[in-house]
Design a protein around this ligand. Sequence first.
Ligand code: ACO
Length: 384
Amino acid sequence: MSASDQENVRFSKGLEGIVAAESSVGYVDGLAGKLVYRGYDVNTLVENCDYEEVSYLLLNGELPNREQYKDYSSSLRKKRQLDNDTLNLIRDLKDTHPMSALRTVISFIGARDNRSIEPDLETQKSISIDLIAKIPSVVAAINRAHNSKEFISPDDDLPFSSNFFYQALGRRPDKDEAKMIDEALILHADHGMNASTFTSMVVISTLSDMYSAVTAAISSLKGPLHGGANERALALIQRVGKPENAEKVISNMIASKEKIMGFGHRVYKVYDPRAKILKKFVETVTKKNGQENLFLTAEKIENIMAQTLGSKGIFPNVDFYSGLLYYSVGFDPSIFTPIFAVGRISGWTARSLEYLSDNKIFRPRGMYVGNRGPKEFIPIDDRQ
Ligand code: ACO
């Protein structure tokens, strides 16, 4: 790029404020604190639908009627079971971080699927449905292996989220837990052009395949500034330990310019609507399980953050309460981010398919800020 080439380009660090694609999958209103999937407010969806309906909505644009729901649900159930090679790989990876294991296993499943090299929409949609069905079983098996427990086969009588809970924890959820895990997965299903979704779209835009797009998205979700924040948010709540300690710990962190995990968001400058819904569950579940102290500590951290950084638009994001919620029903912290992927798989695939249907390879420009030269060339033996 020449100097004159660069005169009219706008640089925005982290692509902040840059519109990179059109989409009708979902919408985040960061100032009103609203999250919309295909026109429906997420609050309406969590109150009235289950994850399978929402997944269908994201992929197809409309909520399913009774028959479509039955077909979609039964096709997901048929594809849940993992083969022995995949389970053996998961066993071999039992000591790696579950997000690294998840990335490797999805890539492995893709490498053995001959369809994956076909870039046409229909094939990629069919792979998407396979992935939506299989990711919960993969994450559940990773959790079992990581904790040196036996794998559990899917229960065909259980819907998507309850079956995931069962395969991961080895017990069927009670009514409250079933509602909690289903709502949590719905709330994670899509969220605009976040880093992992954008990653999956960049990969699919090269006419690669859905396995590659999702493998890359998992790699992107892993980072502590994105999906990895939930594990660290819980660690902070546990470190603070009780409400009385919160003031000192949080003030010291803010004074030393440390980021408080589970707070702040590129788009939301008000309370993240997902955190609001999850917080209610956390209060109920921790009370029931005798862990209310953790909830009260989290709430105290939230209040201190609101007083100190609320004026900057920094409030709890989805990761602040999700980790505490999963922990309080028995999930290991290392599995929190993979659970995020179990929900987000519908958004990744829906947006990648949407992009593929009117594809243009992503290719932004970089702003060259180096020496424009020409520098004098010095032969290698004469260099200092
Ligand atoms: N704790 C303390 N200060 C914060 C926090 C935080 N969690 N988040 C932002 N700030 C401050 C920054 O220090 C910065 O202050 P300054 O203006 O004095 O320099 C200002 O707010 C703007 O912050 P940026 O990091 O520039 O905002 P950006 O939009 O780039 O980042 C992000 C958003 C990455 C989410 C950030 O808020 C953060 O690091 N949060 C903690 C990690 C986290 O919870 N991630 C999960 C996000 S939700 C998700 O991905 C599912």
